[in-house]
Design a protein around this ligand. Structure first.
Ligand code: GPP
Ligand code: IPE
Length: 280
């Protein structure tokens, strides 16, 4: 087990034992791909900083991502039964416990960031970024756009792009910005935002493609879920071939932006590749 996984295992140690804590650990430690932590660590490495400096912040972002998946899987949302190769949180426990586990992971994230080896001003910036990128101007807004588009057959590519810019892109951009804060390179924010935007779209388009081209075992989650929920996707609007091409185009765009930064670009390459080739 790598040291970040060990860190994650221990970061809820101070929480009192309860069914909700059990559900938080069940979902957090179910073995996601940890793409968002990897983005943070790679960007830190690209600035010449050890990844350990980003552990609390990466754990916080992974808690928020995990909460979003728990709530996204609920019957009121996507109503999915398999996640990270296991029954979804509300199937393993019950709906009330799953809602509370999500709430508690979100709240705990803001406490977790404070463990960072950072100045008071950096901590304020990190807390502020995390709340704005995950909240009602960020990921939550994307989920609202997603729910509004459900069941509609007139969804345009532009509308779909907006859903994903917020729903997925904000949480892909967030770790890059947090790395810039920890590295004292806030002047790079605009370039990282362009990278996060393009990588977020590439990531989500590829997710839509996997949803129709992979097996449940390969993904560790329900497949054909989008079609089942009458959701427009890049695949339903463009077909698998064009969607795959588009994922690559956004990847290339992100990489071009990355080359504009004065960092060690080679440190970013593995995570870029993991983002587009990922499965379980
Ligand atoms: C505030 C909330 C609940 C946000 C959810 C954000 C999110 C990215 C969900 C998963 O999207 P998805 O349904 O496209 O992915 P998957 O195929 O993994 O379910
Ligand atoms: C934004 C999307 C597509 C939800 C799934 O994200 P991941 O594919 O990163 O899920 P885990 O590996 O963390 O389970």
């Amino acid at each position: 087990m790598n040291s970040f996984e060990e860190y994650l295992q221990n970061c809820l140690n101070n929480i009192k034992d309860s069914k909700v804590k059990e559900a938080m650990l069940y979902s957090l430690l179910a073995g996601g791909k940890r793409i968002r932590p990897q983005l943070l660590f790679s960007a830190l490495k690209a600035y010449g900083i050890a990844e350990e400096k980003g552990f609390p912040c990466a754990a916080a972002i992974e808690m928020i991502h995990t909460y979003s998946l728990i709530h996204d899987d609920l019957p009121a949302m996507d109503d999915d039964t398999l996640r990270r190769g296991r029954p979804t949180c509300h199937i393993q426990f019950d709906e009330a416990t799953a809602i509370l586990a999500g709430d508690a992971l979100l709240t705990q994230a803001f406490h977790e960031v404070l463990k960072s080896d950072a100045t008071a001003s950096q901590l304020v910036s990190l807390e502020s970024l995390i709340s704005s990128y995950s909240g009602a101007n960020g990921m939550v807004l994307g989920q609202i756009y997603d729910l509004e588009a459900e069941g509609r057959c007139d969804v345009s590519i532009e509308a779909l792009q907006r859903v994903h810019e917020y729903k997925t892109g904000k949480l892909i951009t967030l770790p890059l910005l947090c790395a810039a804060v920890l590295a004292n390179h806030e002047e790079d924010f605009e370039v990282w935002k362009s990278i996060g935007y393009a990588m977020g779209l590439s990531f989500q388009i590829q997710d839509d493609v996997f949803d129709v081209t992979s097996t449940c075992e390969e993904l560790g989650k329900d497949i054909m879920s989008d079609a089942g929920n009458h959701k427009s996707t890049y695949v339903s609007l463009l077909g698998v071939e064009r969607a795959t091409q588009l994922a690559q185009e956004y990847y290339d765009q992100a990489w071009q932006h990355c080359l504009a930064l004065r960092i060690d670009h080679s440190a970013m390459k593995p995570v870029f590749d993991a983002l587009i080739k990922r499965k379980k």
